[in-house]
Design a protein around this ligand. Structure first.
Ligand code: NDP
Length: 245
């Protein structure tokens, strides 16, 4: 499955749809080896089969990012196979919007499990390896919700504020061999809003999501960040559709 023109080994969480899938497709097409992960292994296998047919280098693994032990084990497996890991793209996320008085506490827990714990479990899994190999890059897909709050977004925005803070904290703590980037998309084509169960929140999203950018717009920003010279760390990128206020 591996070709000989690979420049980086890149681990992408939530690569089975939307932004993560677009990141995996673009980075594989640019000659990197991409490890696509997510819970829906059939979809990951389909994307990988397509990439390999096109002459690219990729592999798929089932991973629930809320499972810290599984995350660490898979990172170890990838490093054992390839000898190193260059980039972790922490993209997996859920946006189960609702007002606080909806009391959908299980959904709030799930967002924290995936958007926050899933992110720091990934950082915990890669950091010892990045330090040992004296290089590495963590790219977090946060959100404009890391900077904004609106009715129904309190918990989701809280998770994305946390994602921003975690990534910025890592940047401040890391030695210069480790690079850290937070990318905050605005409204982007994906399956994200389709999982909202609260009817009021789902209705609000119809207008809010009228202007969308393709997921590859976010993938291009990841490509930009990881292709900089080693001494250049792109810290943050915010990308919105021109029509989004
Ligand atoms: P999608 O719903 O299309 O993709 C979400 C991805 O996350 C899927 O691949 C899904 O895979 C994965 N995922 C969800 N839960 C888990 C889990 N427990 N373990 C592993 N993977 C999981 O939405 P997007 O592409 O839009 O979302 C990607 C990221 O972009 C998210 O962090 C989101 O918050 C962020 N974002 C999106 C915006 C948008 O407008 N689309 C705007 C701002 C930020 P699977 O179901 O197979 O596990």
């Amino acid at each position: 499955m591996t070709n000989h023109n690979v420049s980086k080994i890149i681990f992408v969480t939530g690569a089975s749809s939307g932004i993560g899938e677009a990141i995996a497709r673009r980075l594989a097409a640019e000659g990197h080896h991409v490890v696509l992960t997510g819970r829906r292994i059939e979809r990951l296998n389909e994307v990988v089969a397509e990439l390999v047919r096109a002459g690219h280098s990729a592999e798929a693994h089932a991973l629930d990012v809320a499972d810290a032990a599984a995350f660490a084990e898979l990172v170890g497996t990838v490093i054992a196979e390839h000898g190193r890991l260059d980039v972790l793209v922490g993209n997996a996320g859920q946006m189960l919007l609702s007002r606080l008085d909806s009391l959908l506490v299980d959904e709030w827990d799930r967002m924290f499990d995936v958007n926050v714990r899933g992110l720091y479990y990934g950082i915990a899994a890669v950091l010892p390896h990045f330090r040992a190999q004296e290089s590495g890059h963590v790219v977090t897909i946060a959100s404009v919700g890391a900077r904004e709050v609106s009715p129904t977004s309190a918990i989701y925005s809280a998770t994305k504020h946390a994602a921003w803070a975690l990534t910025e904290g890592l940047r401040q703590e890391s030695d210069p061999s480790i690079r850290v980037t937070t990318i905050s998309p605005g409204v982007t084509e994906s399956e994200l809003a389709g999982h909202i169960t609260d009817q009021h929140a789902a209705e609000l999203m119809v207008g809010y999501r009228a202007a969308q950018i393709p997921a590859d717009a976010i993938a291009r920003s990841v490509s930009f960040a990881i292709s900089q010279p080693a001494e250049v760390d792109v810290n943050e990128i915010i990308i919105r559709p021109t029509g989004q206020r």
